[in-house]
Design a protein around this ligand. Structure first.
Ligand code: XBP
Ligand code: MG
Length: 257
């Protein structure tokens, strides 16, 4: 590699929607269980949740639903209590093994880890929810393999603000030009972009119609050798051989001018 080429040193992973499709059958269901348990009439159906997902963070999402008249007003303390119960329901759902990793996630994680790339997490979700997913879907060894787990209220402003990415890079001592973000949503993309990062998007049902203009690569999933080729929606750097997304592709994106 020539000295004037930018080297990929660090990959920061989003969690919800990127590592696993946690929103529809995980977070959403957990919120509804907490509402039911608290005697609230409100249930978030799949379509309603699509609207609510424009606000990141579970407590912030509840506050937003209250403001739009979906839920009765309540003191912030009550929101925090409901959210704590929601997190416990979410942990139970994850522990039941209901939410698998998305296609190609483990392959790409292992390829990057084996190649000595620094790996980290940058998410708006609550640390306890992230821990559950690592323990039950990824495997305990990943607690050590991720060099930073940046999550939830550790920064005051959640995505689309850049803060969580900036925090993760500060913790790791890596520069934005050597770091790549992996995301699934418009808010995640905006956050990564604002932190000065190039970004690869793996869309899902909730995010497929969001705006990813300017993203480096947008695909249907990371993919795998034994699966159909991934759908490529944006390929800014004219990458080839995209049956599935490999570490070589991620390196090429960071090296591209
Ligand atoms: C997605 C989010 C999270 C979850 C809910 O985060 O917005 O708020 O929907 O998690 P990301 P909490 O894609 O950045 O991982 O209820 O724990 O906030
Ligand atoms: Mg996400």
């Amino acid at each position: 590699m020539g000295s004037n080429m930018t080297e990929l040193k660090c990959i920061l992973w989003d969690v919800d929607g990127t590592l696993a499709d946690t929103e529809r059958d995980g977070h959403r269901v957990a919120f509804n269980r907490a509402f039911e348990e608290a005697g609230l009439d409100r249930r978030w159906d799949v379509a309603t949740y699509a609207v609510l997902l424009k606000v990141t963070g579970g407590k912030e999402r509840m506050k937003f639903d209250i403001e739009r008249g979906g839920m009765p007003d309540m003191p912030y303390k009550k929101i925090v209590e409901l959210h704590a119960r929601k997190t416990i329901h979410y942990q139970t759902l994850i522990a039941d093994g209901l939410i698998p990793l998305r296609a190609g996630v483990r392959r790409l994680l292992e390829e990057a880890y084996g190649a000595g790339i620094t790996l980290g997490v940058a998410t708006t979700t609550t640390p306890a929810a992230l821990d559950a997913l690592i323990e039950h879907s990824l495997g305990r060894e990943w607690f050590d393999r991720f060099a930073v787990l940046a999550a939830g209220d550790i920064v005051p402003a959640k995505k689309p603000a850049p803060d969580i990415y900036t925090y993760a890079m500060q913790q790791l001592g890596v520069a934005p030009e050597n770091t790549l973000a992996l995301e699934d949503s418009g808010n995640g993309f905006l956050s990564a972009q604002a932190a000065g990062l190039k970004c690869v998007i793996t869309i899902n049902d909730y995010t497929a119609n969001q705006n990813f203009e300017g993203a480096d690569l947008v695909v249907s999933e990371f993919g795998a050798a034994g699966r159909n080729a991934v759908d490529v929606l944006i390929n800014k750097h004219d990458l080839t051989g995209l049956h599935c997304v490999t570490l070589a592709h991620l390196k090429a994106i960071v090296a591209a001018v």
